[in-house]
Design a protein around this ligand. Structure first.
Ligand code: ADP
Ligand code: MG
Length: 392
């Protein structure tokens, strides 16, 4: 009854706590990850009696719970340390969000209460400051480098290597590193010396099964929605759809959140399967918009050349149109070979489709057609001021 009244009072809302479906929310329980939680807890526990924990490498596909589990354990560790009056230093950085090597270092420094200027230092100087902050802390410092594969594939493994070496120079401070990677082939990117120190311990997170996703989602739904506001079938459908590629809990949670938003906009009394289906389309559309928006100029021009035609055209025809568009905006066209490459990329992004069409005795030819609604596509392309004159 309470839920029904609260819901009535809050207008048409289905959500009792929308934050419980946001990406940085850490649930109170993480089902199916008990072993990993205990395992990481055991690896880190030496810090509670003043010893250096081993380095640790966690890897598994996106949405397998790596970030959530790591943050969960760290929160518990901090709590346990605080109870004992022990000072632990834990630095968490997502290297993809940080974006650059320099920002990774400045985030680490910040977590150690040291401000580093936004720019102006060399990476070497920034590193030296982090090291002296660790030294000054006279403690065991745990550094979590989340999405470490981003850092290493864009900037190489210098920082990681240097971090694994600082212990040779420090006393009594010690650094332990937890690297988290979404890319299973990450280890191949590391120099063997770097790999062997980073992976003193390793842990693999396997994708969730559709049934596991269902349990996870049911718990998240209970935390985020009023009771009775989500059909069980809708939860099952979210889990099945998110589990269809690899058991990605992030996709499942996102889908449930968007389904809730769709149902709410319709002022529906509860989230049903039809809202999940509509949510899939909305997510797909948002993904497409984002993909188009972030295309480089020439890829946008190629996409526009595919669009202006309506029916499918050959690569040669598209190239002609593309070259004409380039002339109209006084831009030098790329070669036809480069354009074939860009078409293949647009195909991979699901924005165009390239089909081989039989032409009788003349053999087969590639026909390209657009997979995106023309109006939406033009609308997004017109945000690019360089293309404006081609679209009016
Ligand atoms: P990864 O870091 O492996 O890509 P995350 O830890 O970010 O995955 O998990 C993605 C989403 O799924 C987050 O919203 C997280 O809270 C949720 N999640 C993952 N595993 C579980 C679990 N076992 N129970 C509840 N929620 C989970
Ligand atoms: Mg993650």
């Amino acid at each position: 009854m309470d839920d029904i009244f609260k819901r009535a009072l809050s207008g048409q809302s289905l959500f009792s706590n929308r934050d419980a479906l946001s990406s940085d929310y850490i649930p109170v329980r993480l089902p199916f990850r008990e072993n990993q939680i205990i395992g990481i807890g055991e690896i880190l526990s030496p810090i509670l009696h003043g010893s250096r924990p081993s380095n640790l490498l966690l890897y598994g596909k996106t949405g397998s719970g790596k970030t959530a589990v790591a943050r969960y354990v760290l929160r518990r560790l901090k709590g346990a340390a605080a109870e004992q009056g022990i000072d632990v230093n834990i630095c968490y950085v997502n290297t993809r969000f940080a974006g650059t090597e320099y920002r990774v270092l400045s985030n680490l420094a910040e977590a150690l209460n040291l401000k580093i200027p936004f720019t102006g230092l060399s990476a070497g100087e920034a590193f030296a400051r982090v090291e002296s902050a660790v030294d000054a802390s006279k403690s065991n410092v745990v550094m979590i480098l989340d999405e470490i594969d981003f850092l290493v594939s864009n900037y190489g493994d210098d920082i990681v290597y240097e971090l694994t070496r600082v212990n040779e120079r420090l006393n009594p401070s010690r650094v332990s590193i937890i690297g988290i990677s979404n890319d299973l082939r990450f280890k191949e990117l590391l120099d063997p010396r770097c790999l062997s120190s980073l992976s003193e311990e390793e842990m693999v997170f396997s994708p969730y099964t559709a049934n596991e996703l269902k349990t996870i989602l049911a718990e998240r739904a209970a935390a985020a929605f009023y009771r009775g506001a989500v059909d069980e079938a809708a939860i099952g459908l979210c889990a099945a759809l998110a589990g269809s590629e690899h058991g990605d809990a992030r996709r499942a949670v996102d889908l449930l959140r968007v389904s809730g938003e769709v149902a709410e906009r319709e002022t529906a009394p509860r989230v049903e399967e039809k809202h999940v289906r509509a949510a899939v389309q909305r997510i797909e559309r948002d993904r497409m918009v984002e993909a188009i928006r972030s295309l480089p100029l020439h890829a946008k021009l190629v996409l526009l050349s595919v669009l202006t035609n309506g029916v499918s055209a050959s690569t040669g025809e598209i190239y002609q149109r593309y070259a004409k568009q380039c002339r109209r905006i006084a831009t030098e066209p790329l070669t036809q070979r480069r354009i074939s490459g860009l078409l293949a990329e647009l195909d991979l992004l699901g924005l165009v489709s390239a089909n081989l069409v039989s032409q009788g005795r003349y053999g087969r030819t590639k026909k390209i057609s657009s997979l995106t609604p023309i109006d939406t596509c033009k609308e997004i392309l017109s945000e690019d001021s360089t293309l404006g004159s081609l679209l009016t």
